[in-house]
Every structure is written in C-alpha cells, then in structure tokens.
Design a protein around this ligand. Structure first.
Ligand SMILES: [Zn+2]
Length: 235
C-alpha cells in the first residue's frame, strides 16, 4: 500500500456518505454499510484520551501478541475494521480466540482448531460478549487482522487500520455491551488518529470474508457514534 495516506478531508460541519468504488461497492440494499466519520480531531485533549500515546486502551486487559509489526512510515490510521469471531465457531465462553491471537491454540483441542492453529493473526482488540475488552496489539503497531484487503482503492488495510473483533457469529445478535464498547473504542481512537471510516471485514475483503455478518447492526453503531442514520451509498 502506498503509505502516503488519503489526506482528503471532509468539511467539519458535514458528514458525507461513504463513496464506494468499482467492484467493491456493496449493493445499496446491503445493511452492512460502512460508516463515514467527520475528520477526527486528533488535537482534542489527547491528555485525557483513554488511548495512551503508545496505543494501549485504558481498561483493556492486555494480552500482548507477537502477530504484529511496524506500520509503514507515514501511514495514517484512518480506518477501523470490525470483525466477528468465535472459537470454536458459535461457542462463546472459551479462550480460543485469545489463544489463537497469541499463538497458543492447541490444534488438538477441538476438531476445528487444526485448520486455524497455524495461523499467525491478531486483531488489536477483542470485545467479548459481556463487553470485556482484551487488547493484543498496541494501536501504533500493525496487527495482522485483515489479510488481503482493499479500502477505497488502498490495498493492505492492516497498514492503516485498527482491527476490532467482536466475539460472535455472522448470524447471532451481538450484545448491547459490545456495541457500547466498540463505540467507546472508536471514540478513543479518534482522539489519536484521523479515523475516517468504520467498515466491516466483509467490506475490505468482499467475497473472501463475511464477518461481522448480517447480525451486525450498523445503524446501532452509527447512533452510538452520533453519525445518524446514514444508510445509503452513492455508487
Ligand atoms: Zn474478520
């Protein structure tokens, strides 16, 4: 990805719908519509930010993962990628995700694990069903969460995004606590980074990834972020 970053800035007083490009455009009727935010006011009292200068969120339980590296020089963090995950799929209370993200998943512990235990992946955050937040990678570093991906013509979304996993599945409702925590994370990120969009993994890797799935209610996150019911894309 060119590390120059998209420096286009929207007027502070208006929010525009996301502008979709080419084959990445989801159908207008698709409920999984990414969120466009006003340009983040990174100068807004960082001293009071819940996100430390080195990228750790206050209140999050730290589970440092080796599955990360340096962001490319000059890569602005402009995107939040929302994921959904559970290990084993559809089972919620275990420590499978935590183990996967820290390379401690026992391939023999569950039939499904053999297919994923070798992966070297991690998001920055995991929001559990009860709202508890785990952080694996400081936001200043590049976590390996999105894989092959494109957002608005920019490839390798890991370079310029923060990845937030919600414990869940594509089809089961996420919890109210998860929406609130996710919104808090996005707000904290915006005190440090010029976050311009929140999108799903399925938006940056269409056809390859389906999470966070139709169960994720973008309208709900929009309301929590104060963005309003902006649900229509202009192709
Ligand atoms: Zn994902």
């Amino acid at each position: 990805m060119p590390a120059s970053g998209d420096s286009s800035r929207e007027p502070a007083t208006r929010q525009r719908p996301v502008e979709y490009h080419g084959h990445n455009a989801p159908p207008v009727s698709d409920p999984r519509v990414p969120i466009a935010l006003r340009p983040a006011s990174t100068a807004s009292t960082p001293a009071r930010s819940r996100l430390s200068a080195d990228g750790w969120l206050a209140g999050a339980a730290r589970r440092p993962s080796p599955n990360c590296d340096e962001r490319p020089a000059g890569a602005d963090v402009t995107l939040v990628v929302v994921h959904g995950i559970s290990l084993p799929p559809g089972e919620f209370r275990g420590d499978g995700v935590e183990r996967l993200f820290t390379n401690r998943l026992d391939a023999g512990a569950h039939p499904y694990y053999a297919s994923v235990a070798h992966l070297r992946v991690s998001a920055h955050f995991l929001v559990r069903r009860d709202g508890r937040v785990l952080q694996f990678v400081p936001c200043v570093r590049r976590a390996w969460h999105a894989g092959v991906s494109t957002w608005q013509g920019r490839e390798r979304c890991n370079d310029f995004s923060v990845g937030v996993e919600l414990e869940g599945t594509d089809t089961r409702a996420y919890t109210a606590r998860q929406y609130h925590r996710l919104a808090r994370i996005v707000r904290a990120l915006r005190t440090r980074y010029p976050i311009a969009h929140v999108a799903g993994h399925s938006d940056v890797a269409p056809g390859r990834k389906s999470d966070p799935g139709p169960a994720f209610e973008w309208r709900r996150l929009r309301e929590l972020l104060g963005v309003g019911p902006r649900a229509r894309a202009r192709a």
